[in-house]
Design a protein around this ligand. Structure first.
Ligand code: NAD
Length: 327
């Protein structure tokens, strides 16, 4: 089984590739190693992967269609797990073109490569952000999503629509995974947990948006990877190359149990054994105050259930952070 993982030097791509190698898959990873956040951290993740015999890496930008096609021609992947993207809600307000390059142009290049060299399953990252401001809780994949709060969310919604057309026009089996606030060791420095941890250890204030009236469905990385692993192995959702029976699905992967931001900070203070200095600020443009996943689809399809408590997950993150930064 040969699998391509795009965005392999990223947080979720790294963990996914490591799991696939452990399951005995041949894993080809690609990434452009951009400097949206620490390139050193991305290289450190890659170093871990490059120690594994079944892993090989290509420095490729998915906005370059020729490079992608050459890679697909050389390898003939059985499955593709597409995690490369410009992530981050707030950054998308000031840098929309970065999202056009990676999330729209890069995405269509990937679809075209899968069309030219068909694989049995393309699994790609969507996001809980597609649910937008007006969604009711819990967020269900039956909900109509048409009001994105950020440009990032708009590109993720666009990915779902683009993938659907390739499923019904060309019979490409696709699954879009709407991840809910993923956290854990080797996590992203631009996300709240990483920033809070650094600031608390430095004695600096942490920013609490919407004056604390926020909650997030924090989901531990190992649970996310377990969900990705089970879903990539599923047969296509439909068979006919027809618009109403396209082999396409969209699935939530989240804990289904949101935590208030202030409670999250309490847990983190305990895990770090340090108090936080809180600075209360209004809701930021592009942000949504609450998220919560309805995970009945993935449970029915694969038997998946999240198994990591917030206390366990935070302890793992803090242990990794202290050892990685030697503090
Ligand atoms: P990440 O930023 O750590 O990983 C993305 C990787 O893709 C990075 O290593 C980056 O260098 C690479 N990349 C970006 N543009 C590229 C391009 N044009 N060509 C090649 N490589 C490129 O992010 P992550 O947290 O691992 O997220 C993975 C996916 O899951 C993304 O699509 C993200 O939008 C989505 N997602 C993540 C979360 C979360 O909480 N982490 C939540 C919802 C959705």
């Amino acid at each position: 089984m040969k699998v391509l993982v795009t965005g392999v030097a990223g947080f979720i791509g790294f963990h996914t590739a490591r799991r696939l190698c452990a399951e005995g898959y041949d894993v080809v990873g690609l990434d452009n190693l951009n400097d949206y956040y620490s390139v050193e951290l991305k290289r450190a993740r890659l170093n871990e992967l490059e120690a594994l015999a079944q892993f090989s890496f290509y420095l490729i930008d998915i906005a370059d269609p020729a490079a992608l096609l050459a890679l697909f021609a050389d390898h003939r992947f059985d499955r593709v797990i597409h995690l490369a993207a410009q992530a981050g809600v707030r950054y998308s307000l000031d840098n929309p073109t970065a999202y056009v390059q990676s999330n729209l142009i890069g995405f269509v290049n990937l679809l075209e490569a899968c069309r030219a060299f068909p694989c049995e399953h393309l699994v790609y990252a969507s996001s809980s952000s597609v649910y937008g401001m007006s969604a009711k809780l819990p967020f269900s994949t039956d909900d109509v999503v048409s009001k994105p709060a950020s440009f990032y969310a708009a590109t993720k919604s666009a990915n779902e629509l683009m993938a659907y057309t390739y499923a019904h026009l060309y019979g490409l089996p696709v699954s879009g995974l709407r991840f809910f606030t993923v956290y854990g060791p080797w996590g992203r420095p631009d996300m709240a947990l990483f920033k809070f941890t650094r600031s608390i250890l430095d004695g600096q204030p942490i920013d609490i948006y919407n004056n604390g009236a926020m909650s997030r469905d924090f989901t531990y990385i190992d649970d996310i990877v377990e969900g990705i692993f089970r879903l990539q192995a599923l047969p296509p959702a439909g068979r006919a190359e027809a618009i109403d029976q396209a082999p396409a699905r969209v699935i939530n992967i989240g804990r289904g149990s949101p935590v208030r931001l202030l409670d999250f900070v309490d847990y983190l203070e305990k895990a770090l054994d340090r108090p936080a200095v809180k600075r209360f600020l209004p809701l930021q443009p592009g942000d949504i105050p609450e998220t919560c996943a309805d995970v009945s689809d993935i449970a029915e399809l694969t038997g998946w259930q999240p198994s990591t408590t917030l206390e366990q997950g935070l302890a793992e993150f803090v242990g990794w952070y202290r050892s990685y930064y030697a503090i």
